[in-house]
Design a protein around this ligand. Structure first.
Ligand code: FES
Length: 102
């Protein structure tokens, strides 16, 4: 496992997501109720980019075909998505968003 620093926490406004590319990964970083969450940016259903989707609480809705995932665990919450979204563990840090990745 390695630590990858993605961005500053202040880069991600509450209730929004941004795309971050790092270490060969394209990720979506979300800020919800003071917590940060990280998933793959690419929807598991097709070409949709989840950082460009609609974030409602802990649910990200893909703007391509309106499938949706829970950003806390990657579980599908609305079709047509069927495959779980990869999520990353966010490490505690006072000012940055840092994940643990393989
Ligand atoms: S590409 Fe995301 S729901 Fe189809």
């Amino acid at each position: 496992m390695k630590r990858i620093e993605l961005c500053s926490q202040s880069d991600v406004a509450e209730g929004t997501a941004i795309m971050v590319e790092s270490d060969g990964l394209e990720l979506a970083v979300y800020h919800v109720e003071g917590q940060f969450y990280v998933t793959d940016n690419l929807c598991t259903h097709g070409p949709g980019k989840l950082s460009e989707g609609y974030l409602d609480g802990h649910v990200i809705e893909c703007d391509f075909h309106n499938g949706a995932f829970d950003i806390r665990n990657g579980e599908v919450v609305a079709p047509p998505c069927m495959v779980r979204l990869k999520t990353y563990r966010v490490l505690p840090d006072p000012g940055n968003v840092i994940i643990e990745a393989d």
